[in-house]
Design a protein. Structure first.
Length: 383
């Protein structure tokens, strides 16, 4: 039977009882991402912990309970002309899930989109958390406003921990004003290597590019290299002209006004409904085009100026072996349980990092009841 507490105190009591009994818990937010290995435990849903508890537009800070739907937070921000800076990606296009993403699930997975190249990741905007650790103790770290952030930054540690260190109950964010205007400069027909050089050159200019992606001709009539600009209308128009001139060696650029198709880039929507495993690979931007070519015939598109590759490949394809030792990491976002067991959902850790991770989990969750096995690398099954 699922546990769905409606208060932090109730959640803490559930965790204490589970720890005393040595009973594993499967921590769930909105259930829309499905990243990692399945957990054999009693479902503990945070969807009963809802509501924006503090929002001060003038101070650019927002605090919400972990189960609050992300859409509710984004609507409240939009009403004040503000937004979350890091553009959290929505996994539903890939997973086919019908639930509602939550603000806590977003933090637990460190969900970040194309704007990461400019604004940083989810954890970079996180200024405070409240969570229940594996013993049932309530822990508070950081603050509810930016000036109160002091001490050991556990907030950053919880971001991307996938519920293995604690169950989030409340999160605090720095937010930013939404732009008046959005436009995209598009370079058509570039190969991946040339597009990579163009994107890196664009980010090296002073024109504040907030998105840099390359979609190959496999997804349309011609490849498209996308460079996003945001801000006041006059500024965007000026920066678009100057950026086009700065990138003249890569061909004539065309300007697309409005938000464009960045939501599809953010969510890897081109892979929605397609068969195969979907991987998310982070590498040095300069390595991205070369790696993409090495993964053929897998389908690939590039975000973060080549530093993030979204890949759709047959489930039997040994993608990490195809990386050829390039520094980086590959996460298996969508696949069958069998494929996840074979390859491991998360990139294998070095011995030193694995020891550090195990030590942290032992400290925060001494009984090992919080999402046990969610992030653990599984041994590859022999062919």
């Amino acid at each position: 039977m699922n546990a769905r507490p409606t208060s932090e105190a109730e959640l803490a009591e559930i965790v204490r009882a589970a720890a005393a009994a040595g009973r594993p818990l499967e921590i769930r937010g909105g259930g829309t991402r499905g990243i990692g290995h399945a957990v054999d435990g009693t479902p503990l849903e945070t969807g009963g912990l809802t509501g924006i508890t503090l929002y001060e537009p003038g101070s650019l800070t927002l605090v919400a309970r972990a189960g609050t739907p992300l859409a509710e937070v984004e609507a409240a921000l939009a009403a004040e002309g503000q937004r979350l800076p890091f553009e959290p990606w929505d996994a539903r296009a890939l997973t086919g899930a019908t639930g509602a993403p939550t603000i806590g699930g977003m933090v637990a997975t460190n969900s970040s989109g194309p704007r990461r190249v400019q604004a940083g990741a989810c954890r970079d905007s996180l200024i405070g958390v409240r969570f229940v650790d594996g013993s049932g103790a309530v822990v508070k770290n950081g603050g509810r406003v930016m000036k109160n952030v002091t001490g050991l930054d556990l907030a950053k540690l919880l971001a991307g921990s996938h519920g293995t260190l604690g169950v989030l109950t409340e999160v605090s964010f720095k937010v930013l004003p939404a732009p008046e205007t959005v436009a995209t400069l598009v370079l058509d027909g570039l190969d991946a290597e040339t597009a990579g050089r163009a994107m890196r050159a664009a980010l090296a200019t002073p024109f504040e590019v907030s998105g840099a992606a390359h979609v190959s001709a496999a997804f349309g009539d011609v490849s498209a290299t996308l460079l996003r600009l945001e801000g006041f209308a006059g500024s965007v128009a000026h920066r678009a002209r100057e950026l086009g001139r700065a990138l003249a060696e890569f061909g004539a650029a065309r300007l697309v006004e409005g938000p464009g198709d960045w939501a599809s880039v953010r969510d890897a929507a081109v892979f929605a409904g397609r068969p195969g495993a979907v991987w998310r690979i982070s590498v040095r931007p300069s390595d991205g085009p070369r790696l993409g070519a090495a993964l053929a015939p897998a389908e690939v598109f590039h975000d973060w100026a080549g530093g993030l590759l979204w890949v759709c490949a047959p489930e039997a394809f040994d993608l990490r072996a195809a990386m050829g030792g390039l520094p980086g990491h590959a996460t298996l976002i969508r696949a069958s349980a069998e494929a996840k067991a074979r390859w491991g959902a998360f990139h294998p850790e070095t011995a030193a990092v694995a020891a550090l991770s195990a030590g942290l989990r032992a400290k925060f969750d001494p009984m090992g009841i919080l999402n046990p096995g969610r992030m653990a690398a599984r041994a590859k099954v022999a062919v």
